[in-house]
Design a protein around this ligand. Structure first.
Ligand SMILES: [Zn+2]
Length: 269
């Protein structure tokens, strides 16, 4: 059997001795749970408080509290002996530090011994209560940004629990807003496309095709943010063309694209 209980802190605190008539004392009197906390729920790391009171029958008595796990192994114990004490009502509190305990349901048994006829006797009744101990549940803080997101790279935010456990959440990359093709004017064997400006980009790509699904398309790259129109020449007279534009942003070798714009069609002159 694991003798783990010596690691645990289990303390009895004598709260108070309340003045009541001792004539109500009974040899079999046993400790009564205060607040009827027969079942308690706790989380590992909590200090569980169990309070009792009782009427003593003898001046010399001992309260003995034991905690058992589901395998009926004793995991904690403590005792409090009253020597030559008054026979007034006695209250005491047990505090159980659960930091070293495993999750599970624990049985807490309080037994009274009394000294009479030159010997210690065990009171016939015991007071039993239970503690359901759950594993530690992390409670994370609001998070700290450890890496800012850019148009090229996701950021990171770190959330930490008081126990030291932490996790990192990704912050999505910044999104480059798409542009809108406003109009495409027909010209002689050419067209002029105009679109809205994107103030965050470093340039645009214009894609045009004879097909609505944009297959077999041609792409023209424009490396200026302020150039929001483009004349495309060398096209076939009388044919319909489909046009769309996207913005891009470039830094060194990193490129970020917006989504493609709407598609506009034009029949060239
Ligand atoms: Zn935690």
């Amino acid at each position: 059997m694991r003798k783990k209980y010596n690691l645990l802190v289990l303390i009895i605190v004598l709260l108070s001795v309340i003045g009541l008539s001792s004539s109500t004392a009974d040899a079999a009197a046993y400790p009564k749970l205060i607040n009827e906390k027969v079942e308690q729920k706790a989380q590992i790391g909590d200090v569980v408080i169990i309070s009792y009171d009782y009427y003593p029958a003898y001046a010399n008595e001992q309260m003995y509290v034991e905690v058992f796990n589901t395998n009926k192994e004793k995991v904690a114990k403590c005792s409090k002996t009253f020597y030559n004490s008054s026979l007034d009502k006695r209250s005491f509190t047990v505090s159980l530090d659960t930091a070293e305990m495993q999750p599970g349901r624990y049985k807490v048994v309080a037994t009274k011994y009394y000294y009479a006829n030159n010997a210690w006797h065990k009171s016939p009744t015991q007071t039993v209560s239970y503690i359901t101990l759950k594993g530690h549940v992390h409670k994370y803080d609001g998070g700290v940004i450890t890496r800012k997101s850019t148009y090229y790279r996701a950021g990171e935010k770190k959330f930490t629990c008081a126990c030291g456990n932490s996790y990192v959440q990704s912050i999505p990359k910044k999104v480059l807003e798409p542009v809108t093709v406003k109009k495409v004017n027909s010209k002689k064997k050419a067209f002029v496309a105009k679109w809205s400006i994107n103030s965050k980009c470093t340039g645009y790509e214009i894609k045009y095709s004879r097909r609505k699904d944009m297959k077999n398309s041609t792409t023209i790259k424009l490396g200026r943010r302020r150039f929001t129109s483009k004349k495309i020449t060398g096209l076939k007279s009388g044919k319909k063309y489909y046009v769309r534009v996207r913005a891009y942003r470039k830094r060194n070798d990193l490129v970020c694209f917006s989504k493609w714009s709407n598609i506009k069609s034009v029949k060239v002159k």
